[in-house]
Write a protein that binds this ligand. Structure first.
Ligand code: ADP
Ligand code: ADP
Length: 238
């Protein structure tokens, strides 16, 4: 599904690498939490998976495609297989919940359809069904700026899901939320994962969330993997 071979990312020549010779495989149906302090390289890791960051060295393979070799068009196609959620949600504030979710389909549609705001019945059905699944169907007409943080992230999740991705990536999606809301968001992510066998890779800095929800934890420190195993293995080794 996802593989890293000797991958390094160096932002500035002479500075310590943000990722240092990472070797890793993630299989379909895993729910991986990438754990590490601020600056550990988590965000760089996620951006390297979806091709937003090109590795300085090494090979990244996603769904059988080696990223370095992809032309822009193929890369766009591959990205539509990858859903993304973010710490600060990246929603469009003055648009409604429903409109924000629609934008998840933009990458897969002709530009003119997006400009005219034309959506097929199938796309509307998909949007409604994900709005129900994240618990926001009743809020579909509300502007997203009037939602709580937890609700905003639910919109972000629905927007990622309407692409019907096979991989879901999260860059600290609960870092701005309180512990109870964070737990609810992880429950939702876990249920989407289980229902669709969605490969899920989420950055967190909260060890308890990782232990509770992940099938595998990858610990990063200074751009290196310092732990790679199940939550129970982590408890044993400390
Ligand atoms: P994390 O997500 O774990 O906080 P990052 O991947 O954001 O870690 O950062 C890893 C290292 O790379 C840090 O030292 C950070 O300062 C550096 N870094 C991240 N993004 C950039 C960038 N665009 N330009 C230069 N350095 C960066
Ligand atoms: P917050 O605490 O910021 O409201 P939550 O993530 O706890 O964020 O909940 C967001 C919204 O989703 C709330 O309006 C809540 O009523 C609704 N909600 C929470 N859990 C579920 C669920 N399992 N199914 C449907 N709707 C839910």
């Amino acid at each position: 599904m996802l593989s890293f071979k000797n991958v390094s990312v160096v932002y500035e020549k002479g500075e310590a690498p943000a990722l240092n010779n990472i070797n890793l495989e993630i299989k379909p149906e895993e729910f991986v939490c990438v754990l590490g302090r601020s600056g550990a390289g988590k965000s760089t890791f996620i951006r390297t998976v979806n091709g937003l960051q090109t590795p300085t060295d090494g090979r990244v393979t996603v769904l059988g495609n080696e990223l370095n070799c992809l032309k822009e068009k193929r890369l766009r196609k591959l990205r539509s297989e990858i859903g993304m959620i973010f710490q600060h949600f990246h929603l469009i504030p003055r648009m409604s919940v429903e409109q924000n979710v629609y934008t998840g389909r933009f990458g897969q549609r002709p530009v003119w359809k997006n400009m005219l705001g034309l959506f097929s019945e199938e796309e509307k059905r998909l949007t409604d069904s994900y709005l129900r699944e994240v618990g926001l169907y009743e809020f579909r007409g509300r502007r997203v700026e009037r939602l709580s943080g937890g609700q905003k992230q639910r919109v972000g999740i629905a927007r990622a899901m309407v692409q019907e991705p096979s991989i879901l990536l999260g860059d600290e999606p609960v870092a701005s939320l309180d512990p109870t809301t964070s737990d609810h968001i992880f429950q939702l992510l876990k249920s989407l994962h289980l229902k669709r066998k969605l490969t899920t890779v989420i950055n967190v800095h909260d060890i308890e969330l990782a232990e509770k929800f992940a099938t595998r934890i990858i610990g990063l420190q200074n751009g290196e993997i310092v732990f790679n195993g199940t939550p129970s293995e982590m408890t044993k080794t400390d």
